[in-house]
Design a protein around this ligand. Sequence first.
Ligand SMILES: [Mn+2]
Length: 447
Amino acid sequence: MRIEDRAKEIADFIRKRSEFLVVAHSDADGIAGGAIAVKSLQHAGKEFEIEFVKQLDPSTMERLLAKNREVIWFVDLSPDERMKGADIVVTDHHRSPMRSRYTLNPNNFGIDGDKELSGAGATYLVAREIERRNVELSFLAVIGACGDLQDREERKLIGVNRKILEEAVRSGKIKIIKDIQYFGRECKPIFSLLYNADDPIIPGVTRSSRGVKEFLMELGFERSDAWKRWIDLSKEDKRRILSEIAKRLLDKGFGSRYVRRLIGEVYLLEQEEEGSGLHDAREFATLVNSVSRCGKPDLALMICLGSRGRYLEEARKYLDRHRNNLLRSIKLAKGRLERRKIVYFFHAGSSIKDTMIGSVTSIVSKDLSSPTIGFAYDGDDRVKVSARLRSGGIDLSRAIRVAASSVGGIGGGHRNAAGALIPRGKEEEFLDRFEREIEHQSRFDVL
Ligand SMILES: [Mn+2]
């Protein structure tokens, strides 16, 4: 069966039912996907309610089931196989053993759910089969994919994501341009764009205030130019900066493949104002993510559904708050980083929110070549675990699932980014088991 046929089957099922509980993951992809689900249910005249969750642990599952809705539609997350019999729809891209009749997961159709389709994208495939006019929601699937960084490796969206992107372009919602790939083209001063440049890094400039100032001065810029945004520069100024970065990288012996990462596709939302924080799809996803990580997923949803004015004003406040939380948390994590036989890990205790531990572990793992684990307490008696690996042939989602269930927890995710929830006090045991799994995988790969 093709993924399109599965989407049609699910759409038929949805058309026949009347009352839905949408349960979506509370990250940018899940919220964009949740927005697609509720808009398409609204278009179809269905009754619905939406709820955002961090993960589907047994107590959350129980609470959701107790709501007794006719259908539960899971977006960007999957329940475990025990739910197989119930009336559920799943549109997700995480690696999951779930294979029920109304599950659309690219990984079950030979499509790479880590790179080629996001949770919002999977949800969109169903939405557009419910009704043709839902093609107008395609831009949300692009935001979701960007939120999950699916455009980062190739500097553009690929696979099914690309087909959805093309529909978003045809529907007049998105314009593709080629531009610098550093974050904050429209919303950050050039100073911080260059200071934070990490992919590719700029030798002597990245993370050096003096380096940034000297870099700009050598190119003949005025002091005040450092506070302009990238989009405010003339074509000629942009070209000067780009070619100087390329030159420095090549001089330092970086290969041309690395240098080419400087430029790539940027997706602009045609209906949004330039510099609003919503015009560039990556900035949009960042705003949605920040709002949700600060504990306001419903506000993030409103932004995806088109609310502006005071909602947008409030949402913007969380951008800074999230950023400051993140910087503080990264510092703390780096200070507590420890090396084991195979993995690096840190335990944040209650000093980092469980909603932030994934982002923090991602950033910490960027400088490390082995799997990196972050622990943080959640509100209850459990530990949120995040595992990240910059690159390599290891499947973290499998390792974390096995290790978590061996200590009475749950886990899953993607090859390079996975998470789990385990009981407190089981961290050591979890790490032992996790390392054994990684060793096992490496040995298996050699054979
Ligand atoms: Mn996702």
